[in-house]
Ligand binder design. Structure first.
Ligand SMILES: [Zn+2]
Length: 156
């Protein structure tokens, strides 16, 4: 991993350069959608609001926000909400994910969300953005190397 805190515009670092296959205008559109979704998050317990925007292969964007529950274990993350919405609408091919959460160093997806994203896009470009504007570009393959997949099932 190559560090990566602070503002940057999608170039300069190795992982950022690879993620720049997604045009900067597209990233801006995704981040704006994720910010809007974050504003709709239901997070009365943690107060940690998260918004996600998932880009499909035809350019359609699906958003998700975290939805907490008084039975804490039932909380749904923004990333998984976006994936479920996309799949329910007939999409399974994804090109990029923007995630907006927290302040300071941008937050990254939890382990469960990494695995769910891996099912559909094992090397998905991801832009992590904090509420105060720090950005970090990563790929899912960096966050979840050797993720479990359908090929592993065939080896059972
Ligand atoms: Zn998660």
């Amino acid at each position: 991993m190559t560090g990566g805190s602070g503002r940057q515009a999608g170039r300069g670092r190795t992982s950022a350069r690879r993620a720049s296959a997604i045009p900067e205008t597209t990233w801006r559109r995704l981040v704006a959608a994720a910010r809007r979704a974050r504003a709709r998050a239901y997070a009365p317990y943690s107060r940690f609001q998260v918004g996600a925007a998932l880009l499909t292969d035809d350019g359609t964007v699906f958003v998700g926000a975290n939805v907490e529950n008084s039975s804490f274990g039932l909380t749904i993350c923004a990333e998984r909400a976006a994936v479920v919405s996309a799949v329910a609408n007939g999409y399974r091919r994804f090109r990029a994910l923007a995630l907006v959460a927290g302040r300071g160093e941008p937050a990254s997806p939890c382990g469960a969300c990494r695995q769910v994203l891996h099912e559909f896009a094992p090397d998905l470009p991801i832009r992590l953005v904090s509420a105060d504007g720090r950005t970090r570009d990563v790929r899912l393959g960096e966050l979840l190397p050797l993720g479990f997949g359908h090929r592993d099932l065939k080896r059972g």
